[in-house]
Design a protein around this ligand. Structure first.
Ligand code: NZQ
Ligand code: ZN
Length: 384
């Protein structure tokens, strides 16, 4: 196991009625900017609960943050926050709103070009404190220090990581997720599954505890994921999914072990260039990546095959193939398609995707830093 130092400072308030807890989390004299997306929080009653909890606070609102939040829109919020001297941000929504709000928090007092926060990982000065009310379990953004922002003009979808943007608190009330369209519920399950895989499916490293956590999460998503589609208002199922998606990317399972984020990095280019949902891109890339990297990852895929899919028989090659097939079938069973052609992307589109990876420096991905542009091309070709 590798050395690590770990602290996750985000306080979680989990369960029914917990939105009320934000009243005590935000200083009484703070001037608060509530940030949100396209309006789902107005329709499902979440915004009303937030406003009720903050009835003694000074509150402004900024709506319209898009899925895959755009730099252009976020900079409008930055301008508003500067003009109004905002000193606390409250994101209410899914990963896009929470990510976008992390960027806003970092950009308000940033001296220089705020895009450099993303393009160069620029050091941050004063960051405005932020909390969130999560309405879409998927990204883990509610209690991690990462954010992904897209610049529409150049189709650059870039991430930044900085401990200064850890949310101060996150409210996870499973009832806010009842209103999710089926496709978004499914996306959330797939995103959490792939986050777990990318911190697990690397090399066998005597990290037994991390492996068992990861396998527990994968098994939970496989058993509970389909239920969320059949019984969307089952509180128990929604709770399990919400907590599992949080655990998949709150930092814990990734401590001390190698990672392989290549599925995400290739997936981000697919979203930026073709508008494919984040989780859909992962469902396209991961099975093909497992196939291309099957020799390097063989020991870990065999462990995954046995412990997660209970594959006990056959040669090593047969068990690896079956584990990849079961992974793909799981995504398809959630209604998330796994081929590029399902989304209208063909062979002719691959060179431009590879150029974008090159432009973004994504030329040596994976735990062995050997997913070069040629390998990424083979992964995309294998996903046609
Ligand atoms: O905008 P509104 O109207 O709120 O509708 C949203 C949006 O259309 C809707 N929605 C959210 N909660 C709802 C709801 N509709 C009904 N009822 C609810 N309770 O769902 C749609 C998608 O929302 P979005 O926030 O875009 O989805 P998600 O949470 O999957 O976030 C995706 C973004 O997160 C980034 C992705 O790249 C992408 O930009 N990621 C962030 C990560 C992180 N910070 O750690 C890691 C992830 O791997 C990921 O890259
Ligand atoms: Zn993701």
């Amino acid at each position: 196991m590798n050395n690590f130092s770990f602290q996750n400072p985000t306080r979680i308030h989990f369960g029914k009625g917990q939105i009320a807890a934000i009243a005590n989390e935000i200083p009484a004299d703070a001037k608060v900017l509530i940030t949100y997306g396209g309006g789902s929080i107005k329709k499902n009653g979440t915004l009303d609960q937030v406003l009720e909890a903050l009835k003694s606070h000074t509150v402004l609102q900024f709506g319209g943050i898009e899925p895959n939040p755009s730099y252009e829109t976020l900079m409008e919020a930055v301008e508003l926050a500067r003009k109004e001297n905002i000193d606390f941000l409250l994101a209410v929504g899914g990963g896009s709103v929470i990510d976008g709000t992390k960027f806003i928090a970092a950009a308000i007092h940033f001296e220089g070009n705020p895009w450099s926060i993303l393009s160069e990982g620029a050091a941050l000065g004063k960051v405005v404190p932020a909390g969130n009310v999560l309405t879409l379990p998927a990204t883990g953004s509610e209690s991690n220090c990462g954010a992904v922002v897209t610049r529409r003009e150049t189709k650059d979808k870039l991430a930044f990581l900085n401990p200064a943007v850890y949310p101060k608190f996150a409210v996870l009330d499973p009832e806010t997720t009842y209103s999710l369209p089926q496709g978004q519920s499914a996306n959330g399950v797939v995103d959490a599954f792939v986050h777990t895989m990318e911190q697990y499916l690397t090399v066998r490293d005597n990290a037994h505890m991390q492996d068992r956590y990861a396998e527990g999460q994968l098994l939970t998503l496989i058993s509970e994921g389909p239920k969320v589609l059949k019984t969307p208002e089952d509180y128990g199922v929604r709770s399990t999914i919400m907590w599992t998606a949080n655990q998949a990317l709150n930092g814990l399972i990734g401590q001390g072990v190698p990672h392989d984020w290549s599925t995400h990095m290739i997936g981000h280019e697919l979203t930026a260039m073709h508008g494919i949902d984040h989780a859909q891109t992962l469902a396209i890339v991961l099975p093909s990546l497992m196939q291309k990297m099957r020799d390097q990852k063989a020991p870990k895929i065999l462990q995954y095959a046995e412990r997660v899919w209970d594959i006990q028989e056959g040669s090593d090659e047969e068990r690896i193939s079956l584990a990849i097939e079961k992974t793909r079938n799981f995504f398809e069973s959630m209604g998330v398609k796994t081929s590029l052609s399902d989304y209208g992307v063909g062979e002719a589109d691959i060179p431009a995707l590879i150029s974008q990876l090159e432009r973004h420096g994504m030329t040596a991905l994976g735990e062995g830093k050997n997913i070069t542009l040629d390998v990424s091309k083979a992964i995309l070709t294998g996903a046609l």
